[in-house]
Design a protein around this ligand. Structure first.
Ligand code: HEM
Length: 193
């Protein structure tokens, strides 16, 4: 397939890695796989809490069983494998594109939170279908909103690729050698002469 037929989004970014048509083609395919997997994973994290709420409205045991099957099937067959592929293709992209940058580190912190949400989702599914359990609406709103904020954050870092240093976010004194003494002196009421 001609490389020029792919949209420019698959190549833009600060890295010059992947030059040569074979490297570029691999990056294109990794990105396609990554974006597809990420879309399924994120769709699952955002929509599953909407299914949990239905637990409170099931009419009989048959309906409860159908809901349980649907939720488990989505999590086990679609969402979890998509998460695995998203992480694996993302790690491949880090090395293929050499994105050893601050925005990527910030993105990975937020992705780490999404992984925790994913794991908690699995625990909720195990408990939700036990006798007498429900998933309250406030929790559905909270979980969905929190996941959405994380997703928007990840998309911001990966699309805007902001140029910053983590050290710039801390007081300058913390990265200066010997700065502890002036800091201590400024707050010490018994400063030594
Ligand atoms: C461990 C998990 C992940 C890793 C290691 C990872 C890593 C990467 C890397 C290295 C790139 C290529 C960046 C570039 O070419 O400039 C990329 C692209 C992308 N990632 Fe991820 N990613 C992960 C998870 C996610 C998640 C959870 C989302 C969405 C919420 C996401 C959304 C995207 C998008 C939209 C792109 C395309 C950006 C572009 O080409 O401009 N990624 N990812």
């Amino acid at each position: 397939m001609e490389l020029s037929s792919f949209p420019r989004i698959f190549f833009h970014g600060p890295s010059g890695k992947g030059r040569g048509s074979r490297g570029s083609l691999m990056i294109v395919w990794l990105k396609i796989i990554h974006i597809l997997a990420v879309s399924i994973w994120m769709a699952g994290l955002v929509s599953l809490p909407g299914l949990y709420v239905q637990r409170a409205h099931v009419a009989d045991r048959d309906a409860l069983y159908r809901l349980q099957r649907m939720v488990r099937f989505s999590y086990v067959v679609f969402v979890s494998p998509a998460a695995f592929v998203a992480v694996a293709s993302g790690i491949g992209l880090i090395f293929a594109r050499e994105t050893f940058t601050s925005w990527m580190s910030a993105k990975l912190v937020l992705v780490g939170v999404l992984v925790v949400i994913h794991t908690l989702t699995g625990l909720v599914i195990i408990r939700l279908f036990e006798e007498g359990q429900v998933y309250p609406v406030w929790r559905f709103i909270g979980a969905t909103a929190f996941a959405l904020v994380m997703i928007v954050g990840v998309l911001y870092f990966v699309l805007a690729k902001p140029d910053f240093e983590f050290a710039d976010l801390l007081p300058a004194a913390l990265s200066e050698p010997g700065a502890l003494r002036p800091i201590a002196d400024s707050i010490n009421p018994w400063a030594s002469p």
